[in-house]
Design a protein around this ligand. Sequence first.
Ligand code: APR
Length: 320
Amino acid sequence: MARKKIALIGAGNIGGTLAHLAAQKELGDIVLFDVAEGLPQGKALDLSQCGPVEGFDAKITGTNDYADIAGADVIIVTAGVARKPGMSRDDLLGINLKVMKSVGEGIAANAPDAFVICITNPLDAMVWALREFSGLPHNKVVGMAGVLDSARFSTFLAWEFGVSIRDVNTFVLGGHGDTMVPVVQYSTVNGIPVPDLIKMGRTTQEKIDAIVQRTRSGGGEIVGLLKTGSAFYAPAASGIAMAEAYLGDQKRILPVAAYVDGQYGVDGLYVGVPAIIGANGVEEVVEIELDEEAKGNLQVSVDAVKELLVACKGIDGTLA
Ligand code: APR
């Protein structure tokens, strides 16, 4: 059987880390695409030379030509501009919308059968625009946000409880912005819901509220520390987990930015929800019962995403 082909659009911090992880896991051969000349070629060469040391078999090539992504099974998109300190994800909208147009057209022309994972921010708007520009089926275009946001939430909870990260399972829904909804009700430590752990005296409501807030501004905290860019290790790891779920037909239930049409009272937009990821891409949006507070917060988040889409349509008339 031929090796799988992974195309990475954007060879910056996340793109390079994605390539390294995909090679280490031998997910397939890797093509790094970027508009910057030399960057994807240089990273591909450097990463290829990890092969003998780390012992992986993966052909890694760099390119500035969309023709080289032809036949890709999975495409992960990080092309665009990353957030700088003081810049909100939404400030990026105008710049990255244009990038999504060229990427969407490149994918449609060269790899229309791929499963496409978008990471570029502002995520919920960019994944929607990428789907519109590419014309691919909704189940084959998905956004990476919830896996990362949940990983951040899980990390903070593991620290708070002093337990292994392996035993912490969390859900973050809604848009990938300040209105995201870390769902405390369904977050557990080895099956014990966090609200029960509060009752058991293992933590306090105030501490959990602070962790929820830290999760919401988790990306900004890292931007503030790095000063020259945004997070890339955990975003890349999260993108790879989604690619593995698709390539391995794992049927994992992951929080992802999926196209929601009807569920959760949402009509026709991309927002963070639990979804089953398998060989057919997003196979099902799973509708879980939410308490009143989470429902209200999700609505606020959906409204924020809707505003972004209105702004996108204002910038590019073809999206209206
Ligand atoms: N086509 C392809 N690549 C592009 C294009 C384009 N039209 N425009 C920019 N790029 C490339 C840049 O040349 C750069 O190499 O995208 C890459 C982005 O890399 P970084 O600036 O290092 O950004 P990164 O940290 O990887 O984040 C990428 O993901 O999480 C989001 O907010 C983040 O939107 C940002 C994206």
